[in-house]
Design a protein around this ligand. Structure first.
Ligand code: B1M
Length: 210
């Protein structure tokens, strides 16, 4: 790999945000193609971060600082990506369900998805079913991602799937869910298309759903 790209790659993994920003700027100045900077350095590094998380060499804090460093690099690269016409892998509407204010896991999933090249529409927390459904219709997203941390709010995932059906958009989107109390069996029970236990596997799931 080119030295500049290798530097960005290493800085993302180490969570060195200033280093990533400077490295991406250098790459743009050196006229390296934005798609290569994105896929080899930024997305490549986040894939390695995900792999280290799965091997339990990295934990949530390391994953968070790496994701933040990656996002800082993405912000520097974004104008170049737009200019070069690089397309996102797919769009994901993401939110924590109605009644639930926990957002750390949801945001981490969003950052990891962004790190894998997805465009994220983050609706935040306490998102009513109708708001998910309307966002699915208006954004043209291919995936709806819901997070819940409370056993009392999990059932709102089912209500959201019903809202997607009521608005006639259920057939256009895949539904993925996660959060500490959520299980694969629950995902099947409510008719979701998939469940992921952590942010790294959420990326793998999103890719497989497309
Ligand atoms: Co709350 N809370 N909390 N809380 N809180 C829990 C969830 C709880 C388990 C703590 C406990 O009692 N041991 C408990 C729930 C019990 C239950 O439902 N059975 C609980 C409770 C009871 C409450 C309140 C009701 C407390 C009260 O007020 N009496 C209240 C509810 C408020 C509300 O939501 N309406 C409340 C409030 C809060 C704080 C505001 C103080 C704060 C949230 C701050 C914030 O998010 N900005 C908070 C916190 C921090 C926690 C714990 C300690 C940590 C949650 C967290 O961020 N984990 C939590 C205890 C715990 O989970 N052990 C707890 C780290 C995060 C990275 O993990 O969110 O699981 P997680 O996300 C993972 C995976 O689950 C997965 O990937 C993520 C990354 O690997 N994932 C997905 C998540 N979403 C996904 C979506 C996907 C795929 C994967 O696809 C779309």
């Amino acid at each position: 790999m080119d030295d500049i790209l290798q530097g960005v790659y290493d800085d993302v993994i180490n969570g060195n945000r200033a280093g990533v920003e400077a490295g991406v700027r250098k790459a743009v100045e050196a006229k390296l193609p934005a798609a290569i900077v994105l896929t080899e350095a930024l997305i490549g590094a986040m894939a390695e971060v995900g792999a280290r998380f799965e091997r339990q060499e990295f934990y949530v804090p390391e994953m968070l600082v790496a994701a933040r460093a990656m996002q800082a690099g993405l912000a520097v690269l974004r104008p170049q990506l737009v200019e070069d016409g690089v397309k996102a892998v797919g769009k994901v509407v993401l939110g924590t369900v109605k009644g639930d204010l926990h957002d750390i896991g949801k945001s981490l999933v969003g950052m990891m998805l962004e790190g894998a090249g997805f465009e994220i529409v983050d609706l935040g927390t306490d998102v009513p079913p109708a708001k998910f459904a309307e966002a699915a219709r208006a954004s043209g997203a291919r995936i709806i991602g819901m997070s819940a941390l409370l056993t009392t709010t999990m059932r709102n995932m089912h209500s959201t799937i019903e809202a997607l059906e009521d608005l006639g958009v259920r057939g256009q989107v895949k539904v993925m869910i996660g959060g500490a109390p959520v299980t694969d069996a629950f995902a099947k029970e409510i008719g979701a298309d998939g469940y992921a236990p952590d942010a790294s596997r959420a990326v793998a799931l999103a890719k497989s759903l497309l």
